[in-house]
Design a protein around this ligand. Structure first.
Ligand SMILES: *Cc1c(COP(=O)(O)O)cnc(C)c1O
Length: 435
């Protein structure tokens, strides 16, 4: 299947081109030409299938024309080496726990899938080594680094701002070694991102090295996020024999996660509607209210992975709904919460239901609690494990948070990183020595 650009000024791309390039040449986002509905028989029987089987059916609809069935199956099964359980929290509200993967955040699904798909294309084409550059303020670097760890033919460079990520986050990408190199940049996250962007535009570098990015706009990171919406439905269906309608609520920043769910709805997933939960960075909420998309600089909140001032996947939402504000509003409603409201929600749910939310999931829970109508049942996406935000969460609930074994194992590793200035000339020189 081919991919077009949301800006419609770039040539069509094959799956392989879209994955290797990330962004279209006109700076638009790649969209698949068709979104194939899945047959009724699939939905009738979905509750009897395991996660990997469901995911493979969904993957086949997107990638089946471009990747041989046995390879695609292997990629899907390897990617989903962990469960995504649906856990009841309160009356009619369920948590879809997306934090049981290696780095305890939902980005593991896309990161692991993309690493394997890119690895397949490299082997197939006999390409020389591909270098993945990724700038991170925390969660992305760990999911991408762990996803690509040990994948032959790919080297990952994670650029992160010195002293600005938590120790837990830092350990998740500086202790891996092998094909992962962490660069500790004397600067901010924006400086890291600027270094990556300059590298992609530098002709000399691109002559010597094959460079690509693993950010969330890449179709190979974005589309696999649809998998768990179907699996959530399968688990929910087992519990519901009445005619309730299902509402998904997604804590959103760059809007990749929710857009994958909207693709699922287009494939026939019986979701009545979606709620996009924002923190104070409420650009999408304001768009729903006014019809005007007005990006603005982000502000820092305790749900920091959602601190986004210009959601990159907004272009995909618009494209999916033919630029119709009315059509978007009929499928998606919004919510926005301050840090105080997020903290109150975490305390309330901990006290009343003994369920520990992370600050991102708390936005999702609260939007369900406030937004569910009679006859509806809600699933919110719990996007990260609360222990990833240990200090914040402990400060709010006033009791210690257990660190899962997986996180503890990272803490025991030894940090290895390459110090880097924020000058592009230094970064370029460094990369050239790797050519
Ligand atoms: C990345 C992230 C989000 C936001 O997801 P988008 O796809 O960018 O909307 C929410 N919660 C957590 C924990 C994240 O890491």
């Amino acid at each position: 299947m081919n991919y077009y650009s949301t800006n419609r000024q770039a040539p069509e791309a094959s799956l392989e081109e879209a994955v290797v390039k990330g962004l279209a040449s006109d700076k638009g986002l790649f969209m698949p030409y068709t979104i194939k509905p899945l047959p009724q028989s699939f939905y009738d029987n979905i509750e009897n299938l395991i996660f990997q089987e469901i995911a493979y059916q969904v993957a086949d609809a997107f990638f089946g024309e471009d990747v041989p069935a046995d390879t695609l199956k292997q990629i899907v099964y390897d990617t989903l080496s962990f469960d995504v359980p649906l856990v009841p929290v309160s009356k009619d509200i369920y948590s879809l726990e997306l934090f049981h993967g290696p780095t305890l955040a939902f980005k593991d699904v896309g990161g692991r899938f993309m690493a394997r798909l890119l690895g397949y294309f490299i082997r197939k084409e006999g390409k020389k080594q591909v270098n993945v550059l990724v700038a991170t303020s925390g969660d992305t670097g760990s999911a991408v680094a762990n996803g690509f760890l040990g994948v032959e033919g790919i080297h990952v460079y994670v650029l992160y701002p010195k002293g600005k990520v938590s120790e837990i986050q830092e350990k998740q990408f500086t202790t891996l070694g092998r094909n992962i190199t962490a660069l500790e940049v004397e600067g901010t996250f924006d400086d890291c991102q600027a270094l990556v962007k300059s590298a992609f535009m530098d002709e000399e570098l691109n002559q010597h090295l094959l460079l690509t990015s693993a950010n969330s706009i890449n179709v190979a990171r974005f589309l696999p996020q649809a998998f768990y919406y179907f699996y959530a439905y399968a688990q929910w269906k087992k519990l519901h024999t009445d005619n309730r309608s299902l509402v998904f609520c997604v804590p959103s920043g760059n809007f990749g996660n929710i857009t994958a769910g909207l693709f699922g709805k287009r494939m026939g997933l019986p979701a009545a509607r979606f709620i996009a939960a924002n923190n104070r960075n409420d650009i999408f909420f304001q768009y729903l209210r006014t019809g005007i998309y007005a990006p603005r600089p982000s502000v820092a909140t305790i749900a920091n992975a959602m601190d986004v001032g210009a959601p990159s996947n907004f272009a995909r939402v618009l494209d999916l709904y033919g630029n119709s504000h009315a059509a978007i509003c009929s499928d998606i409603s919004g919510a926005t919460y301050t840090d105080e409201q997020i903290a109150d929600t975490m305390r309330q749910v901990w006290k009343e239901h003994q369920y520990l939310l992370d600050p991102h999931g708390a936005c999702g829970y609260r939007a369900q609690q406030e937004g569910l109508q009679p006859g509806e049942s809600g699933i919110f996406l719990e996007t990260a494990h609360p222990a990833k935000f240990k200090d914040t969460v402990e400060g709010i609930i006033g009791s210690p948070v257990q660190i899962p074994e997986k996180l503890q194992a990272f803490m025991q590793g030894e940090k290895q990183s390459v110090p880097m200035s924020k000058q592009f000339a230094d970064f370029k020189q460094y990369l050239l020595t790797k050519a």
